[in-house]
Design a protein around this ligand. Structure first.
Ligand SMILES: [Zn+2]
Length: 255
């Protein structure tokens, strides 16, 4: 049973219990608001916090290693080439969770990801604002569409998927199951898309870095490119090595 199913069950039991007590005038009917409110709140929080594995089991970190993994979402994008140059200079292999329509427009960058030793993952086709409101069939279609673009470019079908916005729900869980993909979350969210200051972003990541961390970054953010060299050097000074996320987790990246 997934946590959301347990929450449904507990809310139903609480509602029946309170309803029975209210029926026999031991409690006011208003008490029913409490389980209904908690139920809704938990369903929403479970959708937002991918780390809860509330609807869908994702992999978020590796246990007991001195390695960390860099992951970049939303590319190919404005900073992708510059980020690739830095990773090459530093001999770091990373993961790029691409948006299908961007990969379709920039096959040369998808090829370079692969040639430079990085792993290419799936981050939906459109990454639309309404992605999570779609049926599981529509979501699965988006995943397949992106996989086809990557297959046409690399001759490989990705197995790693990162949910857009990190939001999960029962439909997405069904779509991931239907496509046989593996959901990859993160243990260290950089909030680079919201960061305004280089030092603040760098210190936030380095200050919280632990062995086994999967670090969420975006190759669409210029600040991310600006701090990347310092981030790699800083993490190495702390004794961490950089390993590709699939290798760190010991899983297959392609079918
Ligand atoms: Zn994204």
């Amino acid at each position: 049973m997934r946590p959301y199913q347990i929450v449904h069950l507990l809310a139903a039991i609480a509602a029946i219990g309170i309803g029975t007590l209210a029926y026999f005038h031991y409690l006011s009917w208003w008490w029913l608001v409490l389980p209904l409110f908690l139920h809704q709140a938990l369903l929403i929080l479970g959708a937002i916090y991918i780390g809860w594995n509330f609807y869908l089991v994702s992999m978020h970190k590796a246990d007991a290693v001195q390695a960390v993994a860099l992951t970049f979402d939303d590319g190919p994008a404005t900073e992708t080439t510059a980020i690739l140059d830095i990773l090459k200079a530093e001999h770091v292999e990373a993961a790029f969770f691409c948006i299908g329509k961007h990969a379709q427009a920039h096959p040369e960058l998808v090829k370079r990801w692969h040639e430079d030793g990085h792993v290419v993952g799936n981050h939906s086709f459109l990454h639309g604002f309404h992605f999570d409101w779609q049926s599981s069939r529509k979501m699965a279609q988006e995943l397949e569409q992106t996989n086809e673009v990557i297959f046409k470019t690399l001759g490989k079908t990705p197995l790693l998927f990162r949910p857009p916005y990190g939001v999960t729900n029962p439909n997405l869980a069904r779509a991931v199951r239907a496509t046989g993909m593996c959901s990859i979350g993160w243990s260290l969210r950089s909030f680079d898309t919201k960061a305004r200051d280089k030092d603040e972003l760098l210190n936030r990541i380095l200050g919280r870095l632990k062995g086994g961390d999967i670090i969420l970054l975006h190759d669409s953010v210029s600040l991310t490119r600006e701090i990347l060299t310092d981030l790699i050097h800083g993490a190495r000074q702390k004794g961490y090595t950089f390993v590709r996320v699939d290798k760190m987790l010991g899983i297959e990246a392609y079918a």
